[in-house]
Design a protein around this ligand. Structure first.
Ligand code: TXA
Ligand code: MG
Length: 324
């Protein structure tokens, strides 16, 4: 990993690294982001691996301008007005994804929505333009650590997990963007942040719904999202034999051998090579596909509880939990 001054040459090099699926940390006006190509599932999975996140939180996708936002998601009129008023800037809007957005499923943690923001920082914007693709970027710190406001913080926290850190000096705001769900007419403030809710309300003449715990940063933490994608099919974990007839199978690594032994309609291996990053990248799309097969249950073979395996198992345990 190298910390480099964000010269035009360094930004071009960073863009090439991103296009190749590598991680690049870059400054925004709020905090440093850990960036990856949002259309590359393995690159997005590498973000979770680098952060050591035990869960799959949906990530914010950074865009170069509002026309990109329109290509990725549906913007109702009010969302359009919110973006025009506050972009570029520390305001993130959650919108319905377009089916042909090309975004990885993991970036939304399986949800049918995506969080978009256009950062107000010359380095971030140059990088977005040079990379020519939307960039997923959570704060560039290890899970549970404070958000980085200097390039050196990123280097201290993430070390060689990141290919390059673009140094743009200290960030201006130091706290993350405000997040508004703007997918419908009911505008919910999901996270308070650099732009006060009041400012948004008075500027646009709209009313924001504040969930009771909106100012508690944990409220939108993984899996606490009520709308988190849950399969319709029953999910059984750690299954190695005794598959039910017609049961769909979600396998990992060596359990590939079961492909021909199971009498099921559907078999997907998250990673034949037993690569947890590849498995994470495939997880949500695989769950959806098996669920759509119409099987009444999905049997999941054991997945090792190391590295990203922890986040994969966390998600699968939620999918397997009894639902109200
Ligand atoms: O200031 C910021 O926003 C920084 C800089 C780097 O841009 N980025 C940032 O990203 O804080 P991130 O990925 O850590 O923020 C993730 C949060 C999630 O915890 C979740 O609350 C919310 O964004 N989020 C993302 N996608 C969502 C979705 N589809 N629905 C609801 N909430 C979502
Ligand atoms: Mg964070």
């Amino acid at each position: 990993m190298s910390v480099v001054a964000a010269t035009p040459e360094a930004i071009s090099e960073a863009a090439l690294l991103l296009q190749a699926g590598e991680l690049v940390a870059f400054p925004t006006e709020t905090v440093y982001g850990l960036g990856a190509d949002a259309t590359n599932g393995k690159a997005v999975a590498a973000i979770f691996d680098a952060k050591g996140r035990p869960h799959f939180n949906p990530l914010i996708v950074h865009v170069a301008d509002i026309t990109v936002a329109h290509r990725l998601a549906y913007l109702p009129d009010a969302a359009q007005r919110i973006c025009e008023a506050f972009w570029p800037g520390p305001l993130t809007v959650v919108l319905k994804r377009r089916p042909d957005s090309g975004l990885s499923e993991l970036v939304s943690a399986g949800l049918d929505t995506v969080a978009l923001r256009m950062p107000d920082h010359p380095i971030a914007r140059s990088l977005l333009v040079a990379a020519g693709r939307p960039l997923a970027a959570p704060s560039a710190n290890r899970s549970g650590h404070v958000s980085p406001t200097r390039a050196q913080h990123v280097a201290d926290d993430l070390g060689d997990k990141v290919a390059m850190v673009l140094d743009g000096g200290p960030t201006a705001h130091g706290i993350e963007s405000t997040i508004i769900n703007a997918a419908s007419e009911r505008h919910v403030m999901l996270r308070s942040g650099s732009i006060p809710g009041r400012t948004i309300e008075t500027t646009l003449g709209i009313k924001l719904v504040r969930p009771v715990q909106a100012d508690r940063p944990q409220v939108t933490a993984p899996g606490q999202l009520a709308s988190h994608y849950a399969p319709r099919a029953r999910v059984r974990l750690n299954v190695t034999h005794d598959f039910a007839p017609g049961e769909a199978v979600l396998a990992f690594g060596p359990f590939e051998a079961l492909r021909h032994r199971t009498v099921t309609g559907m078999f997907i291996n998250l990673s034949e090579r037993a690569d947890l990053i590849e498995a994470a990248a495939n997880l949500f799309a695989a769950l959806r596909k098996l669920d759509a097969s119409g099987a009444s249950s999905i049997a999941v073979t054991p997945i090792p509880e190391q590295g990203l395996g922890e986040a994969i198992n966390d998600r699968l345990h939620r999918a397997a939990a009894p639902r109200a």
